[in-house]
Design a protein around this ligand. Structure first.
Ligand code: BTN
Length: 253
């Protein structure tokens, strides 16, 4: 598939530029990449520190799918990042609900998505990805790691981006929709963990037992109530015994 990449040495945020392009009618799968961002944005209104050496980019997608299915692009993106790290560097990356990529409990990549709905349909969905590659200072999160720390040398952000874009395109291709969540689940570390999830107005604690067809995290609480959570900040407490062991099929692969 042909796609256009807009490259910058420095930008405010690739999310903001991608939004302008999308509003001005750019093509599906337009990419905005920058070496550094002055105002990188993270999930839940956080800042995303974007030092030189990291990989920061946003993809504008204009899918013709139902609004309720749009969440799959976040899952496809985090899966494709994990596959890319495995393919290029043999790094064993794992997926943490909702959108993070982790290596041995440390965050290496975060994903932020923004959607515009127009006349009851998806106008565009922008997927922003921040990957720690050669940068020394990471996001505001203490528990982070970079590709360079794992491979012991500087790595090419261009090569990572190109490989990712091929993997991501394959994942979201026609008729692939149904496989995205099941593939994500095979490589995730959240299902089976004891979790605390902070949503906008409550805190839910329990054992994560599944990700449902809508991408929501299914948690069984201490009083055996099932909760489905579609948005939130998820913390794992793996020293704690989960109430229910996950099915083998959900943990392996
Ligand atoms: C998170 O909070 O985990 C998501 C971080 C997403 C950061 C990326 S970097 C490229 C794009 N531009 C931004 O301003 N944010 C996203």
């Amino acid at each position: 598939m042909h796609y256009e990449i807009h490259k910058f040495d420095i930008i405010d945020s690739t999310m903001n530029y991608a939004k302008q392009l999308a509003e001005n009618g750019c093509e599906n799968f337009t990419v905005v990449a920058a070496k550094t961002q002055k105002n990188g944005r993270g999930r839940l209104e956080r800042k995303w520190l974007s030092e030189t050496g990291g990989l920061y980019f946003t993809i504008v997608l204009k899918p013709k799918i139902a609004i309720k299915k749009v969440f799959v692009y976040n899952f496809a993106a985090s899966s494709a990042i994990a596959e890319t790290l495995k393919y290029l560097f043999k790094i064993n990356a794992k997926l943490k609900w909702p959108n993070d990529v982790h290596i041995s409990g440390k965050k290496i990549c975060g994903i932020l998505s923004e959607i515009k709905i127009k006349e009851n349909a998806i106008n565009y969905v922008n997927i922003g990805i921040g990957l720690n590659v050669n940068n020394l200072i990471f996001s505001t999160e203490i528990n982070s790691v970079s590709v360079k720390q794992l491979t012991g040398k500087e790595e090419s952000t261009t090569k990572i981006l190109e490989t990712f874009l091929i993997n991501f395109q394959k994942k979201i291709g026609p008729k692939k929709y149904n496989k995205i969540i099941s593939e994500w689940k095979k490589n995730n570390i959240t299902v089976g963990s004891f979790v605390t999830v902070k949503t906008a107005n409550k805190i839910i604690k329990g054992t994560a037992i599944d990700i449902d067809r809508s991408g929501a995290l299914v948690v069984i609480t201490d009083n055996f109530t099932i909760k489905k959570i579609s948005h939130g900040d998820c913390f794992h407490f793996n020293g704690q015994q989960p109430l229910i062991k996950p099915k083998q099929s959900e943990k392996k692969g």
